[in-house]
Design a protein around this ligand. Structure first.
Ligand code: GLY
Length: 405
């Protein structure tokens, strides 16, 4: 009896120390990446500071390696400020806090935008994180104002928020009336937050209506999603199911799948409605089980692209999926642990020299090898500030899962 008890004690101690070693290794991985991001983003800020005439907001690089900066109305304007907020949260570096505030207020005018749907990305990633970390009412005011702007795009006949205007640019050449892209799911978090902040449930109702119609119309039976659904403004019926940034209308544009997984995870968090997380899981399982997914799990830009395995990868998809999966792993779902493990796998690949840039290279962006839009020949196999943003968010979520934040 004594021997059995001694064996059990030894076994538990071994398990405990294995668990401890595993925790230490995972924490070291996260801290190494935070340390790296700290150095690389400080490099980016040093370059930005050289131009004292304006506040530069980095997005990507050109073919010659020079950095592209954007104005407040670009859909990507909230990601760099947002990355700085995560960096401040993870390091406590007050110099980064100063820059995070400066970059955030620099895009305040985004709160007035009513001609595209992306105000949720822009204001949520910047002011949303500022509010979460600092708690100041002035950030809340901007969030509510932005939610009002976004809500002007709600089209009652279809029950959705219109993504793009169709009166100008390449969107005017597609014959659409009310195009909604799957990316739009990412804007709903702003609306949920605005209802909490203002007490006005209109924002919540618009978000739920949009999520419900998207769930009904945007997915295929296998769990993958279309990029664009065009609705009739008159009777709300579906006019077209198409793509804009994917290989073809019926193809699997990878970042769209990531937006769906992340967006429906948020919708479940905010409403508790199980059908949303069921869809997020179904889309994730679809992606994970694709036979042509490379060994490192970083998707090609479109999983139906004809040149696979010689097609560009999209690190932004992987970073967004990793962040969403870390959140899913906290949701008391049957396979919670597997979501965290898969996110760990994605993060290990992203943090390897194949994707994580050497310090001082890559225009001082963190990750290499993302794709903006191949059909528009824009930002192909380039760093993208949203890949970096979701990478930072995933690091923060993992650190929290480790109980270290
Ligand atoms: N929301 C635009 C994109 O994912 O490229």
């Amino acid at each position: 009896m004594k021997q059995i008890s001694l064996l059990l004690t030894t076994f538990s101690l071994l398990c405990y120390s294995c668990g401890g070693a595993h925790h230490t290794k995972e924490l070291a991985f996260v801290n190494d990446n935070i340390d790296y991001a700290h150095h690389q983003l400080k490099n980016a800020l040093a370059v930005i500071e050289e131009d004292s005439s304006r506040i530069l907001n980095p997005v990507t690089t050109r073919d010659d390696g020079s950095v592209v900066y954007c104005g407040y109305s670009d859909w990507r304007s909230g990601f760099f400020p947002g990355s700085l907020w995560y960096l401040y949260e993870l390091t406590g570096d007050t110099a980064i806090l100063t820059q995070a505030k400066r970059q955030t207020w620099n895009i305040e005018k985004a709160k007035d935008l009513t001609w595209h749907h992306d105000v949720g990305f822009m204001v949520g990633c910047s002011f949303g994180n500022a509010l979460r970390i600092m708690g100041d009412a002035e950030y809340a005011d901007v969030m509510i104002h932005a939610a009002r702007s976004l809500s002007t795009r709600f089209r009652p006949a279809a029950g959705v928020i219109q993504s793009w205007d169709v009166t100008r640019g390449w969107q005017s050449q597609r014959g659409w009336e009310c195009p909604v892209i799957i990316d739009n799911m990412m804007n709903l978090e702003l609306l949920f937050e605005a209802t909490r902040l203002s007490g006005d449930s209109t924002f919540y109702r618009i978000a739920v209506s949009h999520a419900d119609r998207t769930l009904a119309e945007q997915f295929r039976p296998d769990g993958s999603c279309y990029h664009v659904i065009d609705y009739s403004l008159t009777d709300g019926s579906v006019r077209h199911r198409q793509t804009a940034q994917g290989y073809s209308d019926e193809s699997v544009w990878s970042r769209g799948q990531a937006w769906a997984i992340y967006g429906f995870t948020v919708a479940y968090r905010e409403t508790g409605n199980r059908k949303y997380i069921d869809q997020a899981i179904k889309t994730f399982e679809f992606m994970k089980n694709l036979k042509n997914l490379p060994a490192d799990q970083i998707p090609y830009w479109d999983m139906s692209a004809p040149g696979i395995p010689n097609e560009p990868r999209d690190a932004s998809t992987a970073a967004c999926m990793a962040s969403a999966l870390y959140e899913m792993s906290t949701m008391h779902l049957p396979n919670a642990k597997t979501y965290e493990e898969y996110a760990n796998w994605l993060m290990t690949s992203l943090a390897s020299p194949s994707y994580r840039a050497a310090l001082g290279t890559n225009g001082n962006f963190l990750l290499m090898h993302s794709v903006g839009s191949i059909p528009h020949n824009a930002d192909v196999d380039k760093p993208l500030n949203y890949a970096d943003y979701y990478f930072m968010e995933a690091l923060k979520r993992k650190k929290k899962l480790l109980g270290e934040l």
